[in-house]
Design a protein. Structure first.
Length: 419
């Protein structure tokens, strides 16, 4: 495929329509320019509104666990502003991270995010790179290195295990509870959690995407700072920041696209960071430099800001977002529970995730047939994680209820045709 040429021409009353041609490509790539196309304007271009409808007609329901579905209005605003930010004249992909334009983007994004989740004066909010996987290392490097006690990990799934593995490189790790013996199908009660004496912190994963279990409340950890990997349910519900010492969340589930990670840390814990830390792995570096010690992921920060605005203005805030998510999850869990064992959920009912619905059919061959049939209906990325198999439907914030209803209806039809 050859290079893309963008050209424009004026139409009625000064409106401008962009036309796209692929130079040096076979004519099939430029079929929109053919004279027989009834939608073509005088310039040979398909009107913008028709191109939008054509694009929308090609969209499927994306149940990917991440990167995941984005709100349509966020995608459309990003598309609209892609060539030139309003009042700036260049693309957000081109602006300097030290420009006044990005100053405004970063300031508005941080302000919106703080307001949404309720970050008060006792905590700092910074935007980092490296995803949650880097935080598996940064958390113990800053909070455990040189500490006399252990870091306590409450292990409820795969991601908690990976976090604990990295923490062992920095110091002693104590498993306060480990659900491996029950295949991570539930969460512990407070009576089952066994903390070490004076732990450096207690770590949880709020929502395990692979196993589909989710904390509905914070565990009791005494005076230990509670550290939470909140990646897969961040911005999906209200959270009481005052109960946490540190929260980290990558954006590509509910909050935007891959490339930016939010970290909320209690100010007093910054004193734990040692001077022998690499500069970029020291939380103090990012706080001191206002999330810009080096070039940040400009576009990812921009998208995060748009998503925050969507949650606040379109969805009505986090409480309304949670009601929306619970209702969506209920559609699928009701179908599972009413199937008389044709579908069986992985997580125990009281621990089920509102984000990642995990289940399986009565055989692996039926699992595979189900996924194949779903793909043919525009319900994509439903195959369960390779470590557990089965089916996983990730229905994050931006998954429309129509998509969940379409999956539920397919489940019911599939059961009828195989019973």
């Amino acid at each position: 495929m050859g290079p893309i040429l963008l050209a424009s021409s004026k139409r009625a009353k000064g409106c401008r329509v962009w036309r796209v041609a692929l130079i040096g490509c076979p004519s099939k790539y430029n079929s929109a320019q053919t004279p027989t196309d009834p939608r073509r304007g005088r310039t040979g271009a398909i009107p913008v509104t028709d191109r939008r409808l054509a694009s929308l007609s090609q969209r499927v329901f994306n149940f990917s666990p991440g990167p995941a579905v984005l709100p349509l209005e966020v995608l459309e605003q990003a598309q609209e502003e892609m060539l030139a930010l309003p009042g700036v004249g260049i693309s957000v992909l081109e602006i300097s991270h030290r420009s006044p334009a990005f100053d405004r983007i970063l300031e508005e994004t941080l302000h919106s995010l703080k307001a949404l989740v309720g970050v008060g004066d006792d905590h700092e909010l910074v935007l980092l790179q490296g995803g949650a996987s880097l935080q598996f290392s940064m958390v113990p490097m800053n909070l455990l290195r040189g500490f006399a006690g252990a870091a306590d990990y409450i292990l409820t799934g795969t991601w908690g295990e990976l976090g604990a593995k990295e923490a062992r490189r920095e110091g002693t790790v104590h498993s306060a509870w480990d659900g491996a013996n029950v295949n991570y199908d539930r969460l512990p009660s407070d009576d089952e959690i066994r903390l070490s004496p004076k732990p450096a912190y207690a770590h949880i994963t709020s929502n395990e995407t692979i196993q589909g279990v989710q904390w509905k409340r914070e565990p009791s950890v005494g005076d230990a700072p509670l550290v939470c990997d909140c990646s897969s349910d961040f911005l999906s519900r209200p959270i009481d920041i005052s109960k946490y010492g540190l929260i980290y969340a990558c954006a590509q589930k509910n909050a935007g696209i891959a490339g930016v990670t939010a970290v909320i840390i209690r100010k007093d814990l910054l004193g734990r960071s040692r001077d022998d830390l690499p500069t970029m792995l020291d939380y103090r570096t990012h706080v001191k430099n206002g999330s810009r010690p080096n070039t940040p992921p400009v576009f990812a920060v921009y998208i995060l800001g748009l998503v925050c605005r969507w949650v606040r203005e379109t969805m009505g805030g986090l409480a309304a977002m949670q009601r929306h998510n619970v209702a969506k999850a209920r559609l699928l869990y009701d179908a599972i529970d009413a199937s008389n064992g044709f579908f069986s959920g992985h997580a125990q009912p009281e621990c089920r995730s509102d984000m990642n619905i995990t289940f399986r059919l009565t055989s692996e061959s039926l699992d595979a047939e189900f996924v194949k049939g779903a793909t043919g209906r525009g319900l994509v990325d439903l195959k369960g994680h390779r470590s557990v198999g089965g089916i996983r439907a990730s229905i994050y914030n931006a998954m429309p209820v129509e998509g969940v209803e379409a999956l539920r209806n397919y489940m019911l039809e599939f059961q009828r045709s195989h019973s």
